[in-house]
Design a protein around this ligand. Sequence first.
Ligand SMILES: *Cc1c(COP(=O)(O)O)cnc(C)c1O
Length: 303
Amino acid sequence: MFVENQSIHLPLLTKNEVSLHIKREDRIHPLISGNKYRKLKYNLINAKEKGFDTLLTFGGAYSNHIAATAYAGKVHGFGTIGIIRGEELDEKWKLNPTLKLAQEHGMQFKFVSRDTYRNKNSDFFQGQLENEFGSYYLLPEGGTNTWAIKGCEEILTIGDDDFDVLCCAVGTGGTLAGISNAARTHQQILGFPALKGDFLQEDIRKFTRRENWILQTKYHFGGYAKVSKTLVDFVNDFYRHTQILLDPIYTGKMMFGLLDMVQNKYFEPGTKILAIHTGGLQGVKGMNQWLKQKNWPLITTYD
Ligand SMILES: *Cc1c(COP(=O)(O)O)cnc(C)c1O
């Protein structure tokens, strides 16, 4: 799959003499956007080879991975089951745009308490799921496993050899690990975690042995799926200047962090940066519902 690198022009970049391109993985598909497509690709091939007809996975109510799995399952002939965090959603999931669309794509839900969700990988819970649903191909939360990393290694292509610095948003770290594995020896990778926590380093080391990456841990905006008015304004300003929409949960935080580092002269003049737009735009609708309730400015959308 060929994905274009788009050149970004901003006064801040010119002033600091760094160049920035964005790899438009968000354009792969509106629902299986970016890295979730990459992570599913080899898992679906593997599931089919092993004769599975059902995929089961986990996620929060606005999860890009849930949206992608539901759609990919439908297209590739799998039944899909989503184990969703939050019992309370059982009543009102139809109000949630991510879950509503996933259901329209054939996904069946099981809503579980936060406690149960935390223990989702226990043998006990997995046994319960097998009793309830029969045999299934298990995709972990966020889709990250060895097959997913293999898919993410395909994000970089030969044309990307020229870049000095590669940037991506980090959730589970699977995408970063794939990029780390595929990068050239002269390239440095910056990961921008969208959540707080020290567990990430270790998780990433399970999937890459290279030391070519570092995490910029200052730009999580309070934690996973937390946003501020500053971040919303930033995403809207970035759109106004570039016509590129970022999602507030991952790519917005990455780009905010990256431009903050440019401003702070982290990069030497002449540095060529490639930032990966990992997608996630399906989640903007849900986020806007929440922003509206709070009477905050909304995130601009393409339509
Ligand atoms: C899931 C997701 C990420 C994080 O990917 P990981 O491989 O879990 O680190 C980044 N950006 C977007 C848009 C995502 O949906």
